[in-house]
Design a binder for this molecule. Structure first.
Ligand code: ATP
Ligand code: MG
Length: 789
């Protein structure tokens, strides 16, 4: 039997196997990038489910069928202590049941991959999906939903995203007569978020703020904000964690249930957990203490969101019997890439310190390419990828990573011109569109009519002759009568103050009520169709019929595809569950992942992932590291960790690209190559920069840089850039693609079409385009947002 088990995990190295077989007790796996931490985590679960503690336990049962366990259960209450002890022991070493395992990952995508790999290994879909492989937020929502009554909410709860949250905060500030110029809502939001990360209630926040005028006011906002959220039965993202912790802390029987349920608790990317998440994991693992956390202090990149590296550094102190296993062999990258990463991260002072090695050989040098402009950079990336594909790579082997999403448009434009298929991951872009938020507001209303914010958003969208004044009056009436705004709206004619708007309000209320009833009888997608119709939303757009409205209609239809997709993937689809899913959704979760396309995403989003070829674009001081980070050593260290994460995503080839001149936020800026590049040993680089410009430039060398600067020759602007069709002309004017009659283009709203004529006008061009579906239209090239096909 032992042999079978050993064989099952023979691909792992000795240290990794040790981590897999260390089934019980607290375990910390602390290791650098690409050393197989996630791999170990998955194999650990497989071992737990298949074999349990078997390998390390001399008394391990040779059997563990369900019948055996039933038999065991009888002995657990046997009057003879030796029988009981034996039965308890056998219970402790038996293989785990899938529902006894909770594995927390950082993204939904990672959770899904984990489930898929379990399914593959176990050959049992049901078992794989019974494991709680979730993100913190999804796991907490599952818990919260089951115990919603204990939260003091009257109905199903609503989730507010950052945008909703800002609205509530702004409303609260208005009520409290606080000037948004002094109290920037974003700053206030951040402070409240950080308070919740630390599990601080408004009361504690107030106590902490005493004497500090600004914080005292924020504490007033926080208190009022919580009241509004409670009234609306709403939770924000931070609440999802904090309220779960409070639920467990205040309800011993609930806590006991989950503590006994989860025999094994595992957390990946533990270095990016915040205090609330730390408390949560500790609570869940509080009974068995079979907790395994996996992480890398050098990859902690979410400090700005409240993550604290203390969690990982103090693990051994927190759990006295904790075992720590370090992995040092990197299986992902070639030597040059790994060395570059090691050398960069070495400059951080506050770290535990570890070195990675690989037996993959040095591999290709890291390519450093500086272009004269951002178009040059984008063109270089596009051309290089095309060449790679001609030589046999897939598009999907390439990833372009950047510090900041603003860089993506320019690169995407070059990809379109060069015919490179790509996919940009932008988080929740789609969900922040006004029409999509409107649709979700309707859906949330159907789920939870107490949601005042959503009600106010849509009560007059489309226009229903319900003015702001009437809504204000209704809100007052609600406060005076101690009922919800929705209640007032539904019975508006009973409130004399509402006289004129009453009929329209009641009609609106009736529409929502009808939809609420309907949802018991129809599928989600049918409900959605009905909503589009009965709300009059679709008709209002169709009546207007402009380009803008056309594109909104497209998005509304696109949302339907999310609903259908959800219905297909879930056995018991429900509106509440769908809305929760969508609240936590990012476009990285989208299906269609198998399509062969270049991946574009931020460095943050790439955490945990790997690609054969990686481009790090915009490697310039000011962009990466960002200007603000350069002022503070602590922030520089966080940026440097991000650089370490980014570099270590590459398996075979790494490209660092930068531009001498870049148009950003409407201004042309000149930049030096990133100081992180200087931290990489020159012999690892194959560079087109021949001499450092850092010292020749107007700015003095940065005194915070204690390493001697590698002198590199001046960039030879004309010769070095690869002359390619997509490299823009040297003119720094705003780039316009070279449109020509006969080109096929795509417009967001009008669809596909062909350019009939191009007439240059100033720095722009008037295009006449014959659209396949929508007839001929004349558009200005710059504002038309066309895509070349
Ligand atoms: P990160 O810090 O980036 O999250 P990680 O430590 O989680 O990285 P993994 O993603 O688990 O590392 O593994 C990196 C790569 O190495 C994967 O492609 C994995 O399949 C491979 N790998 C891990 N362990 C071994 C092994 N023992 N033999 C061969 N390949 C391995
Ligand atoms: Mg990992």
């Amino acid at each position: 039997r032992q042999a079978i088990i050993e064989q099952r995990f023979e691909k792992l190295n000795a240290r990794q196997r040790e981590a897999v077989f260390q089934t019980d007790g607290p375990l910390l796996i602390l290791a650098g990038a690409g050393s197989g931490k996630t791999t170990v985590l998955i194999n650990r679960i497989i071992n737990l489910l298949r074999f349990g503690q078997g390998l390390t336990d001399p008394f391990a049962p040779e059997w563990a069928t369900d019948d055996d366990l039933l038999f065991l259960a009888e002995y657990l209450n046997d009057p003879k202590p030796e029988n009981r002890a034996r039965a308890e022991h056998l219970c402790a070493v038996r293989p785990a049941k899938p529902w006894e395992v909770i594995a927390i990952t950082f993204t939904n995508k990672a959770a899904r991959e984990l489930r898929e790999r379990l399914e593959l290994a176990l050959g049992d879909e049901e078992a794989a999906s019974a494991v709680w492989a979730y993100t913190f937020h999804t796991a907490c929502l599952r818990i919260l939903r089951r115990h919603v009554d204990l939260l003091g909410f009257e109905s199903a709860f609503t989730i507010y995203d950052e945008d909703d949250k800002k609205r509530v905060i702004t409303n609260v500030m208005k009520k409290l007569n606080l000037d948004p110029k002094t109290f920037d809502p974003r700053t206030v939001m951040g402070m409240i978020s950080r308070a919740k990360d630390k599990l601080m209630t408004p009361k504690q926040f107030a106590a902490d703020a005493a004497g500090d005028y600004f914080r005292e006011k924020v504490s007033d906002i926080y208190r009022q904000y919580e009241k509004e959220m409670k009234k609306a039965c709403a939770l924000d993202f931070d609440d999802i964690i904090m309220k779960t912790v409070l639920l467990l802390q205040n309800n011993p029987e609930v806590l006991e249930f989950y503590q006994h349920k989860f025999r094994y608790v595992l957390v990946d990317e533990y270095q990016d957990t915040n205090y609330a998440q730390y408390v949560l994991t500790s609570l869940l693992a509080g009974y068995y203490e079979n907790i395994c956390v996996v992480g890398d202090d050098d990859q902690s990149i979410y400090k700005f969101r409240g993550a604290t590296i203390t969690n990982i550094l103090e693990f051994e102190k927190q759990f006295k019997d904790a075992k720590t296993i370090r992995l040092e062999q990197n299986y992902r990258s070639t030597g040059n890439i790994l060395n570059a990463a090691n050398e960069v991260i070495r400059n951080n002072v506050g770290r535990k310190g570890k070195e990675l090695w690989t037996d993959h050989g040095a591999g290709a040098k890291i390519k450093l390419h500086r272009s004269d402009s951002q178009e040059g950079e984008a063109g270089y990336i596009a051309d290089t990828i095309r060449e790679g594909v001609e030589q046999g790579r897939r598009w999907g082997d390439f990833a372009v990573l950047y510090r900041n999403n603003v860089l993506s448009d320019n690169i995407a434009a070059a990809f379109i011109r060069a015919g490179v298929p790509y996919r940009v991951y932008k988080g929740r872009d789609f969900f922040s569109r006004a029409e999509i938020k409107d649709m979700f507001a309707y859906l949330w209303m159907i789920e939870n009519p107490a949601d005042e914010l959503r009600l106010r958003r849509i009560i007059n969208v489309p226009a229903r002759k319900i003015g702001d004044k009437s809504v204000e009056t209704a809100m007052q009436a609600a406060v005076e009568n101690g009922v919800t705004l929705y209640d007032v709206v539904c019975h508006a004619s009973g409130y004399p103050a509402l006289s004129r708007g009453a009929a329209a309000m009641e009609k609106f209320g009736e529409m929502i009520e009808n939809l609420r009833r309907l949802r018991e009888f129809v599928s989600l997608s049918e409900l959605y169709d009905e909503l589009l119709d009965k709300s009059g939303y679709l008709r209002a757009l169709q009546l207007k019929g402009g380009a803008e409205e056309e594109s909104r209609i497209e998005h509304i239809e696109e949302l339907k595809s999310y609903i259908v997709d959800y219905e297909e993937k879930n056995e018991n689809p429900s509106l509440g569950d769908f809305l929760e899913n969508m609240a936590l959704y990012t476009d990285a979760d989208q299906s269609g992942e198998d399509e062969d396309a270049v991946i574009m995403m931020t460095m943050h989003a790439a955490k945990g992932l790997e690609f054969p070829v990686v481009f790090l674009a915009g490697m310039e001081d000011g962009l990466f590291p960002g200007f603000r980070a350069m002022e503070k050593e602590e922030d520089m260290e966080e940026e440097r960790r991000l650089c370490y994460v980014a570099v270590t995503r590459a398996k075979e080839q790494l490209y660092l690209t930068c531009a001498e001149r870049r148009l950003l936020y409407g201004r042309t800026q000149y930049a030096h190559p990133s100081r992180f590049i200087d931290e990489m040993p020159e012999e690892l680089l194959d560079s087109n920069i021949v001499e450092s410009r850092r010292f020749s430039a107007a700015t003095a060398p940065d005194p915070t840089l204690d390493r001697p600067q590698v002198m590199r020759a001046r960039y030879v602007s004309a010769g070095a850039a690869k002359p390619g069709a997509s490299v823009a002309p040297a003119k720094p004017a705003v780039p316009l693609p070279d449109y020509a009659a006969g080109d096929r283009v795509r417009h967001r709203a009008f669809g596909d079409g062909m350019i009939v004529s191009v007439k240059p006008m100033g720095g722009d061009a008037l295009l006449e385009i014959a659209f396949d579906q929508k007839g001929t239209k004349r558009l200005m090239a710059k504002s038309a947002s066309l895509f070349m096909q």
